[in-house]
Design a protein. Structure first.
Length: 213
């Protein structure tokens, strides 16, 4: 009842949020003392922008359950000082005692949050340039690909791996290649999700399309 949750956005978790709202309505869940930390946000989009992750979370979760506004956290995409915003986001997570359950999606390029494949990955929360692949994958939510922001603020792989338990949701055929690598035994920053193999307590839920068997 007093869990600290790390939460994802995207197409994959929409059904999960729908079920959570339903269970809340049926009295099976109570968010009175729950705290949430979202993984990431686009830079430049305000809370009322329909493609901002705050807006998504409000539609899919916040407006449908009894979370207290002061217990809702999403990195700000419109902060005046991003370095300070990143530091204070990680400090807030630490002050809450860390994340109990981190729920993740995965991008077709293996990103977790907006930790994109790269030679070097950042541990703490940071700002990032989105890859062409991610911009193309997310263009489906925007009127045109030119409207997709090119930068974001995201929890780092260190912030994610500090969570006590991780639940990863993998859906769709576009994830087949990266999902296979997730179980390969090899860890590479070219597929950030493979770093989850370094964590002791990860559950992966995968649909048949992503599994490809
Ligand atoms: P999706 O995105 O659920 O919309 O496929 C997941 C992600 O990019 O992390």
């Amino acid at each position: 009842p007093n869990a600290v949750l790390g939460l994802p956005t995207g197409g994959t978790p929409v059904g999960m949020y729908e079920n959570i709202r339903k269970m809340y309505q049926e009295g099976k869940m109570d968010f009175e003392n729950v705290t949430t930390f979202n993984l990431d946000e686009y830079l430049g989009l305000t809370h009322d922008h329909p493609q901002s992750y705050y807006y998504f979370m409000n539609q899919n979760l916040y407006s449908g359950v009894n979370l207290k506004p002061e217990n809702i956290n999403i990195p700000s995409g419109t902060a005046s000082d991003f370095e300070a915003e990143c530091k204070s986001y990680d400090a807030k997570i630490d002050a809450k005692g860390g994340i109990d359950l981190m729920i993740l999606g995965i991008g077709p390029n293996g990103h977790i949050g907006f930790n994109e494949p790269a030679e070097i990955l950042s541990g703490p929360t940071h700002t990032v340039d989105l890859t062409r692949e991610t911009i193309e994958a997310n263009a489906r939510f925007f009127d045109s690909i030119d409207d997709v922001p090119t930068k974001a603020i995201t929890m780092g792989v260190g912030s994610i791996l500090k969570a006590k338990k991780i639940l990863m949701l993998v859906s769709g055929a576009s994830k087949q290649k990266v999902a296979k690598e997730l179980f390969s035994g090899d860890v590479t920053t070219n597929n950030p999700s493979t770093l989850l193999q370094l964590h002791r307590d990860v559950v992966v839920l995968m649909d048949e399309a992503a599994d490809g068997q």
